[in-house]
Design a protein around this ligand. Structure first.
Ligand SMILES: [Zn+2]
Length: 203
């Protein structure tokens, strides 16, 4: 009987990231090295691409990740041939865990954060903080923070009044969208570990 062990498995996004940051336990690190040494050109390419991306981000923490690098990293971790149309359509509904509209903030907190509506969502193991503020008569601004392992590899999509807008969080997870049409906001968050759809928000 043959049994496939950890060294037979391709590296996933989180493991590759931890390996590059030297955060893996010794045993797991050796398994990764054995897998790379089989050799596995696919995982070596993942390592090279993600390593390049991380280096770029470290060199320029405030700058944006170049679009071609961002796309490249997404491509190596989500090979087209492995993503069936069925799987692409699969998305997880994010869970609303806080809404200042239904759980009003204490007056003192409200004074310090202003009148913006604040929401918090749970996206699997990640979290999204969202702040929606009325700008003009018919527009709102969205600001937020995505708490994920590598937020710059994610995108935040907003569909509002037929208009689709996309924001990419920076290395700290922060993103902002201005002049978004007020009304029903449909948000989706896409990243290496999946696609999360938020319940519709009346903004
Ligand atoms: Zn591999």
């Amino acid at each position: 009987m043959t049994r496939s062990g950890p060294r037979d498995r391709h590296l996933d996004f989180a493991t590759t990231l931890d390996y590059l940051d030297q955060r893996l336990e010794a045993v797991r690190g050796r398994e990764v090295e054995e897998h790379l040494g089989r050799p596995c050109p696919v995982c070596r390419e993942k390592l090279r691409t993600l390593g390049g991306l991380l280096e770029t981000m470290r060199r320029d923490r405030t700058g944006e990740v170049p679009a071609h690098l961002h796309q490249r990293a997404l491509d190596v971790f989500t090979p087209r041939e492995q993503v069936s149309p069925v799987r692409r359509a699969l998305e997880t509904l994010a869970e609303l865990v806080f809404d200042s509209l239904t759980s009003p903030l204490p007056a003192a907190v409200r004074r310090s954060v202003g009148e913006a509506r604040r929401l918090r969502f749970r996206l699997g193991g990640h979290a999204l903080e969202l702040e929606i503020e009325r700008e003009g008569a018919a527009t709102v601004s969205l600001r937020g923070v995505l708490a994920a392992a590598d937020p710059a590899l994610w995108t935040i999509e907003v569909l509002a009044n037929g208009e689709r807008r996309t924001a990419r969080p920076d290395a700290n997870g922060e993103f902002a969208l201005e002049d978004v049409p007020a009304g029903t906001l449909e948000l989706a968050v896409n990243g290496p570990s999946g696609r999360f759809r938020l319940p519709a928000i009346e903004g």
